[in-house]
Design a protein around this ligand. Structure first.
Ligand SMILES: [Cu+2]
Length: 241
């Protein structure tokens, strides 16, 4: 009788160990990462966007510090690789930029990149954008003027979309009692044209930026990013390559 008792207890213990082990194994499997988390946040130009002129750079924003750029290239839809300067990691190490040393012609482009983070975790990615200068027909043409003024009023930039010449100083002035900002894209990273970020602009406050390099500069107000946006296009009069 005592032996049967011991036998039942041993069987019970074995069963508990077996079931416990099985559950531990199951939960370990469930918590094992099925896919590497992506550090990619967004870019300027945005993936899938169309710009009214060439970008001055392709800028990538990540959610972790970049330690190394394994590769970062841009190609046209025909597969031609666009000759560009070396990719750079910004002082703010979550941003990587590929400066463009030429104006992109109208068409579609694809950027491919492999970016490395701490512990040599490298991630591949790509994005596509287009350049279509047909949109410039709807822009306010202010070429040839050394200074240009843009009002911030009624939750809008006015005029919102302008063409200026290289060397033009654009001054934004807030005409209403709402706090506004001038911020380079994207929101909330504000990394594309770093000096195009204002402090908070109260009523009658101004902010200026001088545009030297030809290209498209999409921007927005970070306090009203969903409704307040505009684009400065700097046109140097030269045909794109
Ligand atoms: Cu605003």
């Amino acid at each position: 009788m005592q032996r049967l008792y011991s036998f039942v207890i041993i069987i019970f213990i074995l069963a508990v160990v077996a079931v416990g082990g099985f559950w531990t194994f199951r939960s370990q499997q469930a918590s094992a990462p099925s896919e590497q988390a992506s550090f990619f946040a967004d870019s300027t130009p945005l993936d899938g966007s169309t710009l009214p002129a060439s970008p001055t750079a392709v800028v990538l924003n990540f959610t972790s510090d970049v330690t190394r750029v394994e590769s970062f290239t841009l190609q046209s839809e025909s597969g031609e690789v666009i000759t560009s300067a070396e990719p750079l990691i910004d002082e703010l190490a979550t941003t990587v930029r590929l400066p463009l040393d030429q104006q992109l012609a109208d068409g579609s482009y694809r950027a491919d990149f492999t970016i490395c983070f701490g512990d040599e975790q490298c991630q591949e990615g790509s994005l596509e954008f287009a350049v279509d200068r047909a949109a410039l027909e709807a822009f306010t043409d202010l070429r040839g003027q050394p200074t240009v003024s843009i009002d911030l009023d009624q939750l809008a930039f006015n005029p919102a979309n302008v063409i200026v010449s290289p060397g033009t100083t654009v001054t934004w002035k807030n005409l209403e009692g709402l706090e506004h900002y001038v911020n380079t894209d994207t929101h909330p990273y504000h990394t594309y044209e770093f000096d195009m970020n204002s402090r908070k602009l109260n009523l009658d406050d101004e902010f200026s930026h001088t545009f030297e390099q030809a290209g498209a500069y999409p921007y927005h107000c970070s306090a009203h990013a969903d409704v307040m946006a505009g684009t400065i296009v700097v046109d140097d009069g030269q045909d794109p390559v």
